[in-house]
Design a protein around this ligand. Structure first.
Ligand code: GTR
Length: 420
């Protein structure tokens, strides 16, 4: 269900409007795709001082993952100050090649309380609110806030959702003293191909795809939470499962106010490497198919299908962008589609940045047995790790959070599978 202001803009629900919207949308996306795939790239430097290539065809094939601690111009990165520069370059590259460009922070985000109730079964209260986002064309998004009793400032666990009211894990979260916030990401962009969602309509000059819209939505939740007197603004964590995990990792890579991110089973386009994939994992080719999830990504990404070794980025860039804040990837051994081995590889590759910044233990990966799901075992790992990061409560068996460091973890070097 869409929130009221956005429902107005979602004219696709009328059959004729739907046809119109789909064809306009398809044309817009086709144009973007043609521009990307024709590899005529804007050669002007962007705000990070990084210049996109004139043509994708000119990109060299490389072996291994692209380096983190060497700039695009070939300079080594050896200090925190140099890393800050490099960070901006990596953000620019990830947006250019993978997700499209996120707009800046809007002037205002205001929460309007819609309903409030006490929920004894979760051990606290529930507020339902609508966030009003002062975008060039106003946007709205629904959220649910769960809070233990008391008015003191609390750390927050934010979770993305396409529907609100997932109460199963709320009691455990509140019991540990956290607030829990869910947001309805699809109010900003429905999870469907061939739709120009409300947020994309509000910023027509931006080439952002659906994952970027959702990530921007998470950042707007943070804008709102910063205005609340019962939120500890230095202790906000973001959790997402699967496609929500892809979104969460991107949001944390872009927004330093997110102090801990936990992508769960996020796989291709999330924590898993595009290049290094275990047998049965979702590939760049599969995920970017127009009839599957091409709309999650900038159309430019599909050019790298079968040419992954020419992609100037990989997902260890996103993990490194979180440093010195904390990232915990929760993965399941049986979830081969989400490439848990490729996530170990990107965690190992990102480690050098966490080491450089003096926070080696802020780069974490937890593996459990089982399949693709966000289970109580994952939630326990997330809360134990959050207690450690936010409250310095050392967990039992801390080595369980660093499974990418084990000698048996997957090797960093990708198999020679991509063709030139
Ligand atoms: C799958 C998709 C994955 C993952 C998953 C989900 O179908 O191939 O990349 O995102 O959906 O979000 O549940």
């Amino acid at each position: 269900m869409l929130s009221s202001a956005n429902r107005f803009s979602c004219i696709r629900r009328h059959p004729l409007h739907g046809l119109l919207r789909k064809s306009v949308s398809a044309a817009v996306r086709l144009m973007t795709g043609i521009m990307a795939v024709a590899t005529v790239c804007a050669a002007e430097p962007n705000s990070a001082g990084w210049t996109p290539p004139d043509s994708l065809d000119a990109l060299p094939a490389t072996s291994g993952l692209p380096p983190l601690l060497t700039t695009a111009a070939g300079r080594p990165v050896a200090s925190g100050a140099e890393w800050n520069e490099r960070r901006r370059e990596l953000q620019a590259m990830m947006q250019y090649y993978v997700y499209g460009h996120l707009p800046g922070r809007p002037d205002r985000v205001e929460g309007r309380l819609e309903s409030q109730r006490t929920l004894p079964q979760v051990g606290g209260t529930e507020e339902r609110l609508t966030l009003h986002i002062a975008a060039p064309r106003p946007l709205s998004m629904r959220i649910a806030v769960y809070r233990p009793s008391g008015t003191q400032r609390r750390p927050v666990i934010i979770r993305e959702e396409h529907a609100l009211g997932h109460l199963e894990e709320v009691p455990a979260i509140l019991k540990r003293g956290y607030m829990h916030v869910e947001f309805a990401r699809e109010d900003l962009d429905p999870d469907e191909a061939n739709i120009v969602g409300p947020a994309q309509q509000a910023y027509p000059e931006h080439d952002w795809a659906t994952l970027a819209v959702w990530a921007w939505g998470a950042m707007r939740v943070v804008d709102y939470l910063e205005t609340r007197s019962d939120v500890d603004p230095d202790r906000m964590a973001l959790v997402g499962h699967s496609r929500g995990g892809k979104m969460a990792l991107l949001a944390a890579a872009m927004d330093e106010r997110i102090r801990l991110v936990a992508p769960n089973g996020s796989g291709c386009g999330g924590a898993g490497s595009f290049r290094v994939q275990q047998k049965g994992a979702e590939t760049l080719e599969l995920i970017t198919r127009p009839e599957r999830f091409g709309y999650w990504f900038h159309p430019r990404l599909r050019w790298f299908s079968g040419r992954e070794n020419r992609l100037p980025v990989d997902q260890h860039f996103l993990k490194a962008l979180v440093a010195p804040r904390a990232v915990l990837c929760t993965e399941a051994r049986g979830d081969v589609w989400a490439n848990p081995e490729g996530s170990q590889v990107t965690s190992r590759a990102a480690q050098e940045v966490f080491d450089l910044l003096g926070v080696p233990d802020h780069n974490a990966l937890h593996l459990r047995d089982g399949q693709h799901d966000l289970t109580p075992v994952d939630w326990k790992a997330i809360l134990d790790f959050a207690d450690w990061v936010f409250h310095d409560r050392r967990p039992e068996h801390p080595e369980r959070f660093f499974q990418h460091r084990r000698a048996s973890a997957a090797p960093v070097r990708p198999p020679d599978r991509a063709t030139d």
